[in-house]
Design a protein. Sequence first.
Length: 328
Amino acid sequence: MCDLDCMHMLSPILVCLAIAQPCFAQSEGRATQIVTAWSDWIDAGETENSTVVAIRAGEIVAQTSIGVSTDTPMPLASLSKSVTAACILNLSDSGLVSLEMKLDDVLGISGPVAAVTLNQLLTHTSGIWPDETQGNATLHGAQTDQTRRIAQQAMARDVQEGEVGVFAYSNENYAILGAVIEDVTGKAYAQACAEAVLEPLGIQSATIEGEWGAHGAWGGWSMSAQDYARFAWAHFGPTSQAGANPQDWPTADIGNGINFGMGVLWRKTDTSHLIWSSGMLCWDNSGDGGYFARYGEEWLVVTLYGDCLAGTDRLADLDNSLFRAATE
């Protein structure tokens, strides 16, 4: 199994499934470019199930799919981390936690990770390593949320092999954040975060179940592309708390002007920010993945797909194609 940031192919006829309205809520050339870039990417590969949604200024202006409907819940993989980060930020706003709070303070633990802060977990700079979720057959077979078990396993490790303050992407960081959410709220992770950051947006398609449900707080959410796009705009859009100035929130510089913070990658542009995230879960060469990007002040695109792209250039091709379509 890898978790990446790690039938005859039918012609991808673009089908809008919204009833009594056209595929494009507005006749936007840019929206057409974005959907065409996605369609060309589908044509170039063997992905059979995928959906794409484009938002402009908070409104869905294009949505289309192949093999599934646009409102079908699909696995988010590591896009789930953005839900966990938004949930933690909600707890911070409510005064239930501080992002500088140590695990000793919030979970009452001792040992090597007692002094790790929520800030460090959010930015993968905790020093907690290795990531034992990778290639874990027991985890893959569980199919029920394993957030608590993985968190406890990670925190119980006698020696952590990472270096505090140095970026090292590990699902275990977000499993521990999930455990924090459970302890602070007294609710199961999925219930707590659904009530805090999904249901207020009217999101009803979100679940943690099925093949990847065991990945819980770091990769277990499934959601329709429509709903995830609404979530991403609300929490990472240009006027959102974390999206307006991502440099003001926990962040780690990972080089070449790219930063990781609050479950997403971001970089500063001349006039705004580019914010994006990708995720992929694979097992025996099959899998699921997702990608979203916010391009400046107006555009946000989400695509979810049923495919394992590990070891190929397909994800980079998708990233480049959507970027050009949304910005050029």
